[in-house]
Design a protein around this ligand. Structure first.
Ligand SMILES: NC(=O)c1ccc[n+]([C@@H]2O[C@H](COP(=O)([O-])OP(=O)(O)OC[C@H]3O[C@@H](n4cnc5c(N)ncnc54)[C@H](OP(=O)(O)O)[C@@H]3O)[C@@H](O)[C@H]2O)c1
Length: 282
């Protein structure tokens, strides 16, 4: 589990949903995949108003309604994270965007609402808009995404800015830049770093160095890639899959324990950063 500054404990492994809800013909299969994810044990779902322009949230809403009706999960068992477009990050637009997300998800409250990436609305106004949504009971907490260390410093200096609960960024074995200074900064403040594209959108599945480590554990390369990130304190990893076998495979990464030898081999193949690099973004 990963602690937040407010004392809550979040699962270190969740489910991403980018590319869900984009094609009407895939909807039934995606609802089934989400249901399976909940049955496997996933309890954190990451989405955004951007994904399928609301389509992903609608798929999640349908899957959650079914799973709750069948008592697979209760609302309080799950954590739902969504994101607001930067152009909707002003006071009035954010309230409308959030209410639309809640309606599609069939929920009264989001557990975490993130600014998807830095935009043109002044950050102070965005913070005020988030606080307004907390007052209304629409969201439990707020955070940001694609913020580098300098952006977080700017945010923390604003009134109410230090309430930022999480920052979601691109972090994978191939993209380890955030480990240099962003992750330590967030760890010092119990602000989880949510690692997106943790398997480089599937590209790490065929990596030979991962396959070598995987063979020692009867695991898969993707499980090793996810496990390496899960070992970092304060990191929440959100791989996406809508494929039943891969959903199960990814969930299995939570049980894998890498050894010091494994980690040394991974550091050889994917060297950790030795200097600050600008944040990469997908
Ligand atoms: N905040 C942001 O700006 C931002 C940006 C990017 C992503 N995200 C979030 O982070 C989540 C994860 O990132 P991502 O979707 O970009 O990439 P990812 O999780 O690294 O990879 C997902 C891709 O890999 C495939 N895959 C999944 N498990 C696999 C496995 N075991 N073996 C082989 N292939 C596998 C998936 O296909 P199948 O579905 O067919 O399995 C999909 O094509 C997103 O879904 C989204 O929720 C946020």
């Amino acid at each position: 589990m990963v602690p937040l500054a407010d004392g809550s404990q979040w699962p270190a492994l969740g489910l991403g949903t980018w590319r869900y809800g984009e094609t009407a013909g895939h909807r039934a299969a995606e609802v089934r995949a989400l249901r399976l994810a909940l049955e496997c044990g996933y309890r954190l779902i990451d989405t955004a108003e951007m994904y399928g322009e609301g389509g992903a949230e609608a798929v999640i809403g349908e899957a959650l309604a079914g799973a709750m009706a069948d008592r697979v999960v209760r609302r309080d068992d799950i954590l739902v994270v969504s994101k607001v477009y930067p152009h909707n990050a002003g006071r009035t637009a954010m309230r409308k965007a959030c209410e639309a997300s809640l309606k599609r998800l069939g929920l009264h409250r989001l557990d975490l609402y993130l600014l998807h990436w830095p935009g043109n609305v002044p950050l102070a106004e965005t913070v005020a808009a988030f606080e307004d949504l907390i007052q209304r009971g629409h969201i439990a907490r707020w955070g940001v995404s694609n913020f580098d260390t300098g952006d977080l410093l700017e945010l923390a200096a604003l009134p109410g800015g230090s309430a930022c609960a999480a920052n979601q960024v691109y972090l994978s074995l191939r993209e380890r830049g955030p480990e240099f200074d962003l992750l330590p900064w967030q760890q010092d403040r119990s602000m989880p770093l949510m690692a997106y594209s943790p398997i480089d959108q599937g590209a790490l599945a065929g990596h030979e160095a991962l396959a070598r480590v995987a063979r020692r554990h009867a695991a898969t390369p993707v499980q090793v890639a996810l496990s390496a990130l899960l070992m970092l304190p304060g990191v929440i990893v959100i791989p996406k899959s809508s494929n039943p076998a891969r959903l199960r495979e990814n969930w299995g990464a939570g049980a894998l324990r890498l050894t010091a030898e494994d980690r040394a081999d991974l550091d050889g193949a994917f060297p950790p950063p030795s200097r600050k690099r600008p944040l990469a973004m997908l």
